[in-house]
Design a protein around this ligand. Structure first.
Ligand SMILES: Nc1nc2c(ncn2[C@@H]2O[C@H](COP(=O)(O)OP(=O)(O)OP(=O)(O)O)[C@@H](O)[C@H]2O)c(=O)[nH]1
Ligand SMILES: [Mg+2]
Length: 167
């Protein structure tokens, strides 16, 4: 039977969560949005070597904290997407981590917008977030860079976590 794993893709407002899910699923994701900002969720899935990764994207605005809590239910891996060009995005990311307090859930940081010249490196983002043991990968959802590395890391971690029920 195919191994199924629920992944929460969360992070601050306009960090690039929806764009990243879109890129990871090669355009096969949907987004419930209003005027370009997610107001409910994103969803897409991708098969990587026999593992089905179900990507649930959250809204980023602070006022949607409750929606994030609901979508986090049953997550097996958390991907924190940050806008690497904005230090404030990292501050907001920390707040969201506190809010979700993912106990026993592996986290991955996607330092997005690496195509921008002012972007901080994944190592800098990881340092500011004070998450030395967390895997951090640089991505550009627009240039479609880093998504392969992110997917292969997710595949690796997905084999170690408890599988989800079929979604
Ligand atoms: N340069 C650049 N722009 C990006 C990248 N990823 C996303 N964007 C842009 O950033 C803006 C926000 O992208 P979204 O994917 O909607 O971000 P989000 O985190 O889903 O936003 P919310 O759902 O509103 O929190 C859009 O204008 C995107 O085109 C990236 O890797 N590089
Ligand atoms: Mg979005």
């Amino acid at each position: 039977m195919v191994r199924q794993v629920k992944i929460l893709v969360t992070g601050p407002y306009r960090a690039g969560k929806s764009s990243l899910i879109n890129s990871m699923t090669k355009g096969n994701s949907f987004n419930i949005d209003r005027r370009g900002t997610t107001v409910c969720m994103d969803y897409g899935n991708v098969d990587v070597d026999g593992v089905k990764l179900h990507l649930f994207g959250t809204p980023g605005q602070e006022r949607f904290a409750v929606v994030r809590q609901v979508l986090a239910e049953g997550m097996r891996i958390l991907v924190m997407v940050v806008d690497s060009t904005k230090p404030d995005s990292i501050v907001q990311a920390r707040k969201i981590l506190v809010e979700l307090s993912p106990k026993n859930v592996p986290c991955i940081v996607a330092a997005n917008k690496q195509d921008r010249p002012e972007a901080m490196s994944p190592a800098e983002v990881q340092k500011i977030m004070n998450l030395p043991k967390v895997y951090a990968v640089g991505t550009s959802a627009i240039a479609k860079n880093g998504t392969h590395e992110l997917l292969s890391h997710l595949h690796k971690v997905a084999q170690k976590v408890e599988p989800s029920l079929p979604c």
